[in-house]
Design a protein around this ligand. Sequence first.
Ligand code: ATP
Length: 234
Amino acid sequence: MTLLEVDGIDVAYGNVQVIWDASLSVTEGETVALLGANGAGKTTILKTICGPLTPTAGHVRFKGEEIGGLDQDEVVPKGIAHVPEGREIFGDSTVKENLRLGAYANRDGMDERMDRVFDIFPRLEERTGQQAGTLSGGEQQMLAIGRGLMSDPDLLLLDEASLGLAPVLVEDVFDAIQRINEEGTTVLLVEQDVNHALRIADRGYVLESGRISLSGTAEELADDERVTASYLGG
Ligand code: ATP
């Protein structure tokens, strides 16, 4: 089943258009990577899916229902969680309080969901009472992903989950994303780290200057000269 369908969207900030006629789809169970250089428009597309931005043309459909133009508060209960670039955790609140906030739209089974988060990220369980602002960068990223899982989403949107992390933590975070997907959550991830993204993704799209220029299976993209030349230093 197609879970998410982005169909020919244009997106602008005021009068400045940054996305042109972008289409992509995500099928239930997949991990899909949205790749592109700095400023290509990846974050803009995620924000158009999850709420703050409204497309000026085209459609965003989730489970067949139009969601283009809905706010984040309206989108979360439908089954979409967004882990933003920069994490945006509440630094003065504890790890546990941050996780509870992630469940605001769906409190049923909150304890079980928290157990699942701790199972995936044992480091968070060791630090439930710690102020989130004092966590390391990697732990904060784990908390941001964990908070996203607390709404029990069908679709997890991840924006640059690996950004700024030490290589060993990048591996941990991608392993966790892979596990989250294997346990049934569909994932759309935005990444500049093409190697890692294509290792865990089923399919991908390449965004260049606001337009989707290429799409294919992870293997096809990893072998494509245009991807290797642009992003892998080939
Ligand atoms: P990065 O990997 O650097 O985060 P990105 O691919 O996610 O880049 P976006 O953040 O979506 O790119 O930005 C796409 C374009 O939109 C850029 O030219 C950027 O300057 C512009 N842009 C982003 N946010 C705003 C804003 N709030 N107002 C005006 N222009 C914006």
